[in-house]
Ligand binder design. Structure first.
Ligand code: KDG
Ligand code: MG
Length: 404
């Protein structure tokens, strides 16, 4: 099966998505997600200018060789732009191979290791009472695991919380980056109260998760982990920036709250020290930003040696193509933990018709051959790219630029 064409489709049905479409001499097409929030066109250009010319004429069945060719052949290894572009090619090739075999992708990976994929929902509120309501609402929709985020008294805007209840949370906005403010002391006082209120309201049957979104220093994260221990979180995510993996040792020494990290990682090399030194419990890399299915398997296999489980990133800035591929991966991967699920808006679901489905707190990738996600190109063309940026964050006290 020869690749005869490769095209990059950029669209914005509410937010930007970059999709690679491969065409073959057998008439099959394969899709890969290449969306990198706030830096979309860098990946689109990497694909169009540098990878597409290498793909036309290649044997679509040679997934591993193509991965190695694009990774080693670039000389400049790793990085989110390179790895998202390679991921798009890899995902599209797995899609093609599974379609050629007439099988859903999870069958090619080794078959299902479970009946269904546990997912977690988002519950966000401007204050504790709103977050409690929202957790109840998500539980009523069937979710068994719920990530809870709340506004912090005195802070105008914090990660994960929409400005009003009518709109769902979307951090990337058109125009120049929005500025948010931050105060660690107020957050550290507030967050244990949130989880105390949640356990009192919802009891102990549901898993509760929380995303710190890189705001804390290691010792502050250690303090929060300790304070949250009585509420038995499923995980505390991105407690501190992870460029320095040693930071997690300090957190680990102080708390038994499980630690999750990895949505901004792009290779196994980012994950290696954290996994091998057993500094984390969940690795959150996903298909699009970590080199596709081929590389994600390497990360998961390394993690399995240390009882670290997967917890793939699944925010709405990852397209349905990534979600579909991730669900096939989740159904197969032996050391599965959980999958993040933030439903896409209606326009996105129309542009990307898909076989995956949600039922009672679990998802399933469906039985369509390939990863089960397609693109309606005519509809996509009605939603042209719009430049958008993620916010930046400053300390409220003196305006110092902080981690977002
Ligand atoms: O593009 C950035 C978002 O995907 C990220 O802020 C979402 O942290 C996130 C999460 O856990 O979903
Ligand atoms: Mg996160």
């Amino acid at each position: 099966m020869k690749i005869t064409g490769a095209r990059v489709i950029v669209c914005c049905p509410g937010r930007n998505f970059v999709t690679l479409k491969l065409e073959t001499d057998e008439g099959l097409t394969g899709l890969g997600d290449a969306s990198l929030n706030g830096r979309e066109l860098a990946v689109a250009a990497y694909l169009t200018e540098h990878l597409v010319p290498l793909l036309v004429g290649r044997d679509a069945h040679r997934i591993e060789d193509t991965w190695q060719y694009l990774y080693k052949g670039a000389y400049w290894r790793r990085g989110p732009v390179t790895m998202s572009a390679i991921a798009a090619v890899d995902t599209a090739l797995w899609d093609l191979k599974a379609k050629a075999a007439g099988m859903p992708l999870y069958q090619l990976l080794g078959g299902a290791s479970r009946e269904r994929v546990l997912v977690y929902a988002h519950a966000n509120g401007r204050d504790i009472a709103e977050t409690v309501d929202e957790v109840h609402r998500q539980a009523a929709l069937g979710y068994r695991a719920i990530r809870a985020q709340s506004g912090v008294p005195g802070l105008a805007k914090v990660y994960g919380v929409a400005a009003d209840r009518e709109h769902s949370y979307e951090p990337a906005t058109p125009g120049l980056p929005k500025e948010e403010d931050w105060d660690t002391a107020q957050y550290l006082r507030h967050t244990p109260k949130l989880f105390e209120a949640l356990r009192n309201a919802i009891g102990w049957e549901h898993e509760l998760l929380h995303d710190v979104h890189h705001r804390l220093t290691p010792i502050e994260a250690a303090r929060l982990g300790k304070d949250l221990e009585p509420f038995r979180l499923f995980w505390m995510e991105d407690a501190t920036p992870a460029e320095n993996p040693e930071a997690f040792r300090l957190i680990r020494q102080h708390t038994t709250t499980p630690l999750a990290v990895g949505e901004v990682f792009n290779t196994v090399w980012d994950c290696k020290p954290l996994i091998e030194q057993q500094l984390i419990d969940f690795i959150r890399t996903t298909v699009v930003h970590a080199g596709g299915i081929t590389h994600l398997r390497r990360i998961a296999d390394l993690a399995a040696l240390y009882q670290v489980r997967t917890g793939s990133h699944g925010a709405t800035d990852l397209s349905p193509v990534c979600m579909g591929a991730a669900l096939h991966f989740d159904l197969w991967v032996p050391n599965f933990g959980i999958q993040e699920h933030m439903p896409h808006n209606e326009a996105t679901d129309e542009v990307f018709p898909h076989a995956y489905r949600f039922d009672g707190g679990f998802m399933h990738p469906g039985e369509a051959p390939g990863h089960g996600v397609e693109i309606d190109e005519r509809l996509a063309a009605k939603y042209p790219y719009q430049r958008a940026y993620l916010p930046v964050n400053r300390l409220q006290r003196d305006g110092t630029l902080w981690d977002w």
